[in-house]
Each structure stands twice: as structure tokens, then as C-alpha cells.
Design a protein around this ligand. Structure first.
Ligand code: SF4
Length: 436
């Protein structure tokens, strides 16, 4: 049974030392009760209290990790309904549906496994494969393992799952799926060796089944919510999340699996699953045109809203710059950096790009917040010793911060300060026309 904020408070040191980041122990206790902080943030909780708080400190949605032959995908451990309340932690794994009986199994897995696309400095890939064991399971696993190390979801009857699991020695796959008819057999099979998907026609039946399976010693479970259509699935997924987080209902405190591959519009179903709480998502086949937008959507939803995606401050060389090449300045917000870098790189024009530490903000936001001013820009130019790389001391400011040019002249008296265009897309033309 979950403890209330007041009950938790009574177990805390009550010294209000603030080391946890909250002004009082009571404030911390309230956040802990709401699952919005971790107990480890308070370094002074006694061992005795820790034991009593274990129930409250445990994640409301169990962390389930699928392990392949060298790669892992985790789901669960989420603590909020909405991303802006804190953040979402474990991105839902995107799995590609393949069949053991497919004569092209090896080639299909290899093609999907090799997929890698770069988005603002991050490499995106698929996360694993959902293998239907509709023919020799051991042979199929061997074929798949010849083409990928990524985790597997094994789909089949009890006999096929047993053969598949034996062939996955040392890995932790997800078995699909236990229902009222086979729960005992699959629980026995999964215990200590695999995660187990549980499915039922209603949330009540699902909760009964997870408790029954847990009593048999299986801890890692994943919920298949069923649902006739997008609306029903969304309703159930939201109810499960809410029950787990708000009511601490442990029987449904597990990650959810979604099968957009079965939906009429796979893209919409997959996007909904990403946005609304799926932990594992099975796509019908490897289609880069579907995968890429889903990966970008997932990244945007699972980015910590308080920590923008950043690149390392420094001097970046674009198109092998020479001493006479221009010096451009921007901030370390990833999207800003890649907008500038891609435009210049695409133009073929060489340049030195000085990326200042603006705490991950874009140019205008950083300027408004006082994180991108003349002092910081000058500090970056001096700190990265840009002068030693160039023959002509000339720096181009983003047009949005033209107002800084006077102050920058004062900070860098031996540099020529030029104001560039407002938009990155106009940089190549500016470099060609105004910097020669
Ligand atoms: S760190 Fe612990 S003792 Fe200090 S204010 Fe936070 S909860 Fe209280």
C-alpha cells in the first residue's frame, strides 16, 4: 500500500537541509508520494526508514529490460502522465515483425539491422525484431542471430516459445503471449529467463492474470491491452498509466506493448503508441519512410524538456577551412548548430564555425536569456584560440543578434565584426557575396 506524503514525511530526517533540492522535508515527501522524485535524492534517510519506504520508492511502472546478444531495450520506470511534468525516461523500442517461415528472413533482418540515420548528431536505428515462430524455431533464431544482435520478441505457442527460448541462451527475450488458457505453462517457461507478455479482453481480467503470474514467480511482464480500434487502445493505455501512477495499482504497473502492424493506418497507430505510453512497438515490416518520422517523433517526446539537445561547444571545421576562411558564430542548441552546419556544408564553402556554450538554447532564446552575449562570444573566440587558425580576424554574427555587434567590437578590438543573415538558409549567399 502506498504511503501518503505525511506518512513519508514522518520517516524523513525532518532537518530541512535542502540537499535534495526542495526547501523542506515535507515538500520532498509530497513529491516522493507523487512519484516525481527518487528516494536516493535524500542522502540522510536511515536504513530502517528506507525499508519502510521501499514500497513508495519503487517505480510505479516496472522497468523491463529485453536483452539480445549484445544490445538491450528497456521500458517502464516512468513517473509522469505528461512529459512536461518532468520527463519520460525509456523510449519505446521499435521492433520489426518477421517470420521464421520467410525464406528471406536473413536478408530482411540484415537490411533493417543495418538501418542507421543521423538526426541532429544522434544515430537512430531499429531496436529489435518480433519473430513469429511458425517453423523451426531454433533454426530461425540462428538465422536471425547471424544478422543482428538486437533483442527479440518471440511469438508462438508454448512449444515454439520453449524451443525459441532454448535457442536464445543467455538473452532475455519477450515471450508473446500468456492468456487465461496458457498462463501457467508460460509463467513456468518465462520464470527467471524471459519477460512475459500478458493479454486479456479487459483491464480487470488483465490485472487478475498479472497477479496470478506474479504469484508463480514471474516479475517482468508486459501488457497487451487489446482494443478493437485506436480509440479503445488509447483509452486503455491511458487508464493503465493512470492507475499505475495515480493509484499505485501494481497489478497494471508494467510496460505496454502495441501492434500498429495490425492497424488500418500503421503510421497513426504507431505515432499514438509512441505518444501515449507504449513501451514496445511492433511494426509490420522495415519501411524507412515510416520508421524515420517515428524515430524523430519518439526523440522529441522522450527528450527531457528541461535539457535541450546540445552539441559540444568548440570550433567546428566545415569543408576543410583554410586560414582565409570566414569565422561564423552560433549557439550549442543542436538544431541551431545543424541548421547552420548543414547549410554551409551543403554549399561546399569552407568555414570555421564557433559554437558557444549557450546552455543548449537557440540564438534568440539564448540572447533573451542572457546566455548569448558579446562577453560569451568573445570568451569562446579567445578560449578556443580561433585567432591562431585564421589569417583574417573577421567574425560573422547571426543576424538575429545584430544588436551585439557594437559590444563585440569592444570585447574583440582587433577583430572585424560582420552581421550575417538571420536565417541559416541565407548563409551561403551571404558568404559568397559579402565576404569576398
Ligand atoms: S535532503 Fe533529506 S533531510 Fe534534507 S531537506 Fe531533503 S528530505 Fe529533508
Amino acid at each position: 500500500m502506498a504511503l501518503s506524503g505525511i506518512q513519508i514525511y514522518k520517516l524523513l530526517p525532518q532537518t530541512n537541509c535542502k540537499e535534495c533540492g526542495f526547501p523542506t522535508c515535507l515538500a520532498f515527501a509530497m513529491k516522493l508520494a507523487a512519484k516525481q522524485v527518487e528516494l536516493s535524492s535524500c542522502p540522510y534517510v536511515s536504513e530502517e526508514s528506507k525499508k519502510q519506504l521501499a514500497e513508495s520508492a519503487a517505480p510505479p511502472i516496472r522497468l523491463v529490460a529485453l536483452k539480445g546478444a549484445g544490445a538491450e531495450v528497456k521500458a517502464g520506470n516512468e513517473v509522469v502522465m505528461f512529459r512536461h511534468e518532468k520527463t519520460f525516461y525509456n523510449k519505446p523500442g521499435l521492433f520489426i515483425h518477421v517470420k521464421a517461415s520467410d525464406p528471406d528472413l536473413a536478408a530482411k533482418v540484415a537490411a533493417a539491422d543495418a538501418y542507421k540515420v543521423n538526426y541532429v548528431g544522434m544515430d537512430f536505428t531499429v531496436d529489435g525484431f518480433a519473430l513469429v515462430l511458425d517453423s523451426d524455431a531454433a533454426a530461425a533464431i540462428q538465422t536471425v542471430r547471424g544478422a543482428t544482435k538486437r533483442p527479440l520478441i518471440l511469438i508462438g505457442d508454448a512449444a515454439a516459445l520453449q524451443a525459441g527460448l532454448s535457442a536464445c541462451g543467455g538473452e532475455t527475450p519477450l515471450l508473446y503471449a500468456a492468456d487465461a488458457s496458457n498462463a501457467d505453462a508460460l509463467a513456468e517457461l518465462a520464470k527467471g529467463k524471459a519477460a512475459l507478455t500478458v493479454k486479456a479482453d479487459s483491464l480487470e481480467a488483465l490485472a487478475d492474470l498479472t497477479q496470478k503470474i506474479q504469484a508463480k514467480g514471474v516479475e517482468d511482464m508486459v501488457l497487451d491491452l487489446g482494443g478493437k480500434n485506436l480509440s479503445e487502445w488509447l483509452t486503455r493505455s491511458t487508464q493503465v498509466r493512470r492507475l499505475a501512477l495515480k493509484a499505485n495499482f501494481r497489478a497494471l504497473g508494467y510496460p505496454v506493448i502495441a501492434f500498429p502492424c495490425d492497424a488500418q493506418d500503421e503510421g497513426i497507430a504507431a505515432a499514438q503508441a509512441i505518444a501515449k505510453y507504449a513501451g514496445f512497438i511492433v511494426l509490420s515490416e522495415f519501411k524507412p519512410e515510416l520508421l524515420y518520422p517515428l524515430l524523430v517523433l519518439r526523440e522529441n517526446i522522450y527528450t527531457d524538456p528541461q535539457k535541450p539537445i546540445q552539441v559540444q561547444p568548440g570550433v567546428y571545421e566545415i569543408n576543410q577551412p583554410k586560414p582565409e576562411s570566414p569565422v561564423l558564430v552560433t549557439t550549442n542548441f543542436s538544431i541551431t548548430y545543424f541548421s547552420v552546419a548543414n547549410e554551409v556544408e551543403g554549399s561546399g564553402l569552407p568555414a570555421w564555425l564557433v559554437v558557444t556554450d549557450a546552455e543548449g538554447m537557440s540564438v534568440l532564446t539564448a540572447w533573451a536569456a542572457g546566455k548569448f552575449d558579446a562577453e560569451r562570444i568573445a570568451k569562446a573566440i579567445k578560449g578556443f584560440d580561433v585567432a591562431s587558425k585564421v589569417a583574417k580576424k573577421r567574425v560573422v554574427l547571426p543576424g538575429h543578434v545584430a544588436v551585439l555587434s557594437g559590444e563585440l567590437e569592444a570585447e574583440l578590438p582587433d577583430w572585424e565584426i560582420r552581421v550575417g543573415p538571420r536565417e541559416a538558409v541565407d548563409l551561403p549567399a551571404f558568404m559568397k557575396q559579402a565576404l569576398n
